[in-house]
Design a protein around this ligand. Structure first.
Ligand SMILES: [Zn+2]
Length: 219
């Protein structure tokens, strides 16, 4: 087989994000291995486009990152997109804990993280160290977690203002794999505003529903 790169460093980079064609049959052991990995990412190229397959212990994401190629390729079509929480939905009690914490900080903004342990499959909530909090500005740090724990949701409030992702939020979210949530209008219990997205590979993807069990906040 011909090498993909002519030096070890380049080869190591390519091995971190391998790229495989979809066979005409549709099934590929290499692509299956990407899908079954505990953690990793790679690309599958088919008639339907280039699909990013990204895995974290808590997340399975298959998403097209290009349109279908206009050239004819003798490849298979490629699979359906999916975004699934391998950790399952977050129990509702954690949403209540988070909302209580965010409300208690009013009129200031506040933040919380939902974390998950891949060994015990337990969820937890972490309240981060806050460097600065005002009604319109919040500076906080992502917690450093013990082994086996992962950040699933990074949550902050916009106090009594509307929930949306600001330019600052976009810069903060650009380099992480996580669900990002903003809650607003926290002075109106039961009528809070929520904005959500999945951050992965530098992209912000809409999520079709709330990551919390039994939550009717439109995502
Ligand atoms: Zn924000």
């Amino acid at each position: 087989m011909i090498d993909l790169a002519d030096d070890d460093t380049a080869a190591a980079v390519l091995a971190q994000v391998p790229c495989y064609p979809v066979p005409p049959s549709g099934r590929s052991p290499a692509i299956d291995a990407l899908r079954e990995a505990r953690t990793g990412q790679g690309l599958a190229i088919g008639q339907a486009g280039v699909m990013l397959i990204l895995r974290r212990p808590w997340l399975a994401l298959d998403t097209y990152v290009t349109r279908p190629p206009s050239a004819y390729l003798p490849y298979g079509k490629g699979d359906q997109e999916r975004a699934e929480l391998r950790c399952g939905l977050v129990p509702h009690v954690f949403l209540e804990m988070v909302l209580r914490h965010l409300r208690a900080a009013l009129p200031n903004e506040a933040a919380a993280f939902v974390t998950w342990n891949e060994k015990t499959r337990a969820f937890a909530v972490e309240f981060p160290d806050i460097d600065e909090a005002t009604p319109s500005r919040l500076v906080y740090r992502t917690p450093v977690l013990p082994p086996d724990w992962h950040v699933v949701c990074d949550i902050h409030s916009h106090g009594t203002g509307p929930a949306f992702f600001s330019a600052t939020d976009n810069a903060d979210d650009a380099h992480a794999t996580k669900i990002s949530l903003v809650f607003g209008r926290l002075d109106q219990p039961g009528h809070e505003d929520m904005a959500s997205r999945l951050c992965a590979a530098g992209m912000f993807l809409p999520i079709p529903r709330s990551p919390f069990q039994g939550d009717d906040h439109a995502a």
